[in-house]
Design a protein around this ligand. Structure first.
Ligand SMILES: C[S@@+](CC[C@H](N)C(=O)[O-])C[C@H]1O[C@@H](n2cnc3c(N)ncnc32)[C@H](O)[C@@H]1O
Length: 251
């Protein structure tokens, strides 16, 4: 991910799930606004709770203790050095080790020096909606739209018409130069998910626009230009070729 895709931008994250990625990108890249939307109200609650938890510095003491123990046991390690260099208040806010690992030190220090609450609340928000049936494009415009781990669900739930609606709605909500970050799942993962419910199975049988054809469709029919293709890192840091992230730009 590049800082310039987010810094000072209005960002929409469709299918924001539990909010971890939204929180990371907001703290790390300083967008003007970061809106996460998810069809599942439980996920929205989860994401909102996570944001409050980080902002309010509650419940993180035990995680901080784990970090402190690590620092004491292996003070020379790169990780311990990184933790030690942070102001204590910041360490309390972002005591989660996964979160800490994912952030650049500079970003951490900068924001914790301010109040994390004062930083997050004015710019990060979550709301529940089915993106493809929500009337927003006329009123809400974004500079960058993030769509990770979502396309397969929209496709299986709403078929080809659903995925095409997603692509056109995103295009309409962007200005010229706006970016669309789309993670594409392989067809074999559709097969794994198709039996989750009857509607998925029915839609699966009717799908004509396969994931391998998204790129052609987005460029030739919708009008995007392909800027870059990224490989999403796995948790252990090994890149996967199976779910590339395509970065498109509206001309
Ligand atoms: C696999 S999760 C991805 C979470 C996150 N983006 C990530 O990459 O870690 C997919 C999310 O998309 C949401 N979703 C599915 N269909 C949606 C729709 N039509 N509108 C908004 N969100 C949707 C699901 O509820 C789920 O939380």
């Amino acid at each position: 991910m590049k800082r310039e895709w987010f810094e000072g931008k209005r960002v929409l994250d469709i299918g924001s799930g539990d909010g971890q990625l939204s929180l990371l990108l907001t703290v790390q890249y300083e967008p003007e606004l970061y809106l996460g939307v998810d069809i599942d109200p439980k996920q929205v609650k989860h994401a909102t709770d996570l944001m409050h938890k980080v902002a309010q510095q509650e419940g993180l003491a035990s995680k901080l203790e784990i970090l402190e123990t690590e620092v004491q046991e292996n003070p020379e390690s790169e990780r311990a050095q990184k933790v030690q260099s942070l102001p204590k208040s910041f360490r309390q806010c972002l005591g989660s080790s996964e979160l800490l690992d994912s952030l650049h030190e500079g970003a951490l220090v900068k924001h914790i020096a301010k109040s994390i609450k004062g930083y997050l609340y004015p710019r990060l928000a979550f709301r529940s909606e089915n993106y493809i049936s929500h009337l927003n494009t006329e009123f809400e415009k974004f500079d960058t739209v993030v769509c990770l781990g979502l396309a397969r669900y929209i496709h299986l739930n709403f078929g080809d018409i659903g995925i095409k609606t997603l692509f056109y709605k995103v295009y309409d909500s962007l200005p010229s130069g706006g970016l669309f970050l789309l993670e594409v799942s392989p067809w074999k993962s559709y097969k794994k998910n198709k039996n989750s419910c009857k509607a998925f199975d029915e839609n699966f049988r009717k799908i004509q626009l396969r994931p391998t054809e998204f790129d052609h469709y987005l460029r030739r029919s919708v009008g995007f230009e392909l800027l870059k293709m990224l490989k999403r890192p796995e948790v252990d840091g090994v890149a996967t070729l199976e779910k590339p992230i395509f970065v498109y730009q509206k001309p």
